[in-house]
Design a protein around this ligand. Sequence first.
Ligand SMILES: NC(=O)c1ccc[n+]([C@@H]2O[C@H](COP(=O)([O-])OP(=O)(O)OC[C@H]3O[C@@H](n4cnc5c(N)ncnc54)[C@H](OP(=O)(O)O)[C@@H]3O)[C@@H](O)[C@H]2O)c1
Length: 328
Amino acid sequence: MRYISHGEGGSAEVLRLVEGEQPRPGAGEILIEVGYAGVNRPDLLQRAGLYPPPADASPLLGLEVAGRVAAVGDEVTEWQVGDRVAALTPGGGYASHCLAPAAHALPVAEEMSLATAAALPETWFTVWANLIDLGQLKAGERLLVHGGASGIGLAAIQLARHVGAEVFVTVGSTEKQTFCEAFGAHHVINYREEDFLARIREITAGEGVDVVLDMVGGDYLQKDLGALRRDGRLVLIAFLEGSKTHFDFMPVMMKRLHITGSTMRSRTRGEKAAIRDALARTVWPALGAGLLKTHVCARFPLAQAAEAHRLMESGRHIGKIVLEVGGE
Ligand SMILES: NC(=O)c1ccc[n+]([C@@H]2O[C@H](COP(=O)([O-])OP(=O)(O)OC[C@H]3O[C@@H](n4cnc5c(N)ncnc54)[C@H](OP(=O)(O)O)[C@@H]3O)[C@@H](O)[C@H]2O)c1
């Protein structure tokens, strides 16, 4: 098979298209002939050696793909060779063929392109697990999402609206602001122009929000606690500005706050299968009906994976970037 190697790791230049042996599906696994693979920020961290894969995962890059089932392992009953699927992978998506547990795959209807489908699993699994399972976001509550125009952010805006929440986001440019509004954010705060904490207090008449989904960390953490109202939940999914900071925990006690977080990759197969089942019941039908969507801002041939990483590193992208492997 063809795949992208990141060698010993480093900057984007290390990414090379190479050939290797095609994996075989074990019990409960499917082999996917990849049409498109999604690019996610954790891939950049893994390439740089800052996010080592779990011991039982593929060491190759690529956490999500869409394509056709090429082979099924023992005990797989729900998929057949030729089925169009999108899957959360345990790594290995930047390749012409990729293994995934059968229970981490979802069907792709003929009306949806594989390029769109490849942009769905990692963000929607992550957003579901962190907003609904951990964050316990409910109708009538308020959510603040940082990085509103990221792949994760655009999904979070829509899922929050879907459950009936009011959505606040932060972004770093006017273009990203316009996008978040188009995706349904009620309040978009450009953090380069105004202080998000002051603005949220102003909009909510001092009450604050119920859930914060934070990928920035650093100085934001203290302000996140300030933005939460009583019984609020802070959910941490990344630390783009660092995970270490000087911290006053007083608001946690005074407002009975909960601080939690998670990474998708380290979850067990069973936990990911449960998230898949929840997405199949809720998000997948809404995506199929056009009530929810994704935004793919750029496609690169697999051989140009380094260009895709450079674009994501630049921060100019909005929504998702995908790699074209076998195409539609
Ligand atoms: N925990 C998990 O399971 C999990 C799973 C998937 C992804 N993630 C994390 O979730 C985040 C979003 O993922 P993604 O794939 O959607 O990435 P992405 O599209 O690259 O989004 C990153 C966003 O963060 C904002 N940002 C704020 N401060 C930043 C900084 N110092 N450096 C870079 N960006 C900054 C950027 O928007 P502005 O220009 O508006 O600032 C950008 O939209 C990433 O940090 C990723 O590692 C976590």
